[in-house]
Ligand binder design. Sequence first.
Ligand code: NAD
Length: 251
Amino acid sequence: MKRLQDKVALITGGGGGIGGAIGAAYAREGAKVCLCDLNNDAMDPFMEDIRKEGAEGIQFIVDVTDSAAIDRMVKDIVARLGQVDILVNTAGTFPMHGITEIEDESWDRTIKVHLYGSFYCIRAVLRESMLPRQAGRIVNIASLAPFVGGPGVAEYTAAKGGIVGLNIAVAKELALTGINVNAIAPGYINTPMTQHLYSEGPIKEALETWKIAKGRIGKPEDIVGTAVFLASEESAYITGQVIFVDGGSIG
Ligand SMILES: NC(=O)c1ccc[n+]([C@@H]2O[C@H](COP(=O)([O-])OP(=O)(O)OC[C@H]3O[C@@H](n4cnc5c(N)ncnc54)[C@H](O)[C@@H]3O)[C@@H](O)[C@H]2O)c1
């Protein structure tokens, strides 16, 4: 029996490095996988991987900052696949500005994509499927940022800090149901979001020499084992946690 056999998963940011890799891993474990992203083309190769596993998959072009669109998408998934068992909040952006350079628009958009987007998706899957069934798994993709900070990442860090707060509050509120809520804090992972920083050059070298105990930048595949575990029955007694998947990063 596969670990996510016949579960229905919704992954936002499913066209991205981490979201796409999680989608393919869930399909390998027997889940039906719905990907949602702003970028339809980016989802295509991951949906191909999902279908190659023989899994059912649906892709949605949805902006996670649009709560009505999120509600419609989740209702559509329930109508077509019966339920949502697993939500992974992965959609995100990574703007870098010094604190006094941040414009209102960038601040608003960053908080909206990460924090509002995660909230809208959590609320929709709870209302439409998880609470009526008293079962589910919510996995929020946080970051090291709210634990270590760093120059030029105030808006991102504030948004991810909000997700860490949302994660523990919702976990405690739902603890007596069969719904578990946990977060993954990835370290430095080479994806389309970060390849300008991590694929080569002085930042990559400095991280691998000084900051990452494992001595290498992470890959999206480094995240999927934890994402499968947190979505599975094996994590039944774990809720409200943030699991660091960062190669032993030192700040
Ligand atoms: N790569 C890293 O080092 C790293 C580290 C810590 C946390 N994270 C987090 O992991 C998550 C995935 O990042 P990634 O590295 O795979 O980046 P990525 O850029 O490859 O993926 C992010 C995806 O989110 C989508 N997206 C952005 N705004 C959206 C919106 N409003 N609605 C729907 N989709 C939207 C993008 O189109 C993209 O496909 C993000 O939340 C990111 O903050 C990444």
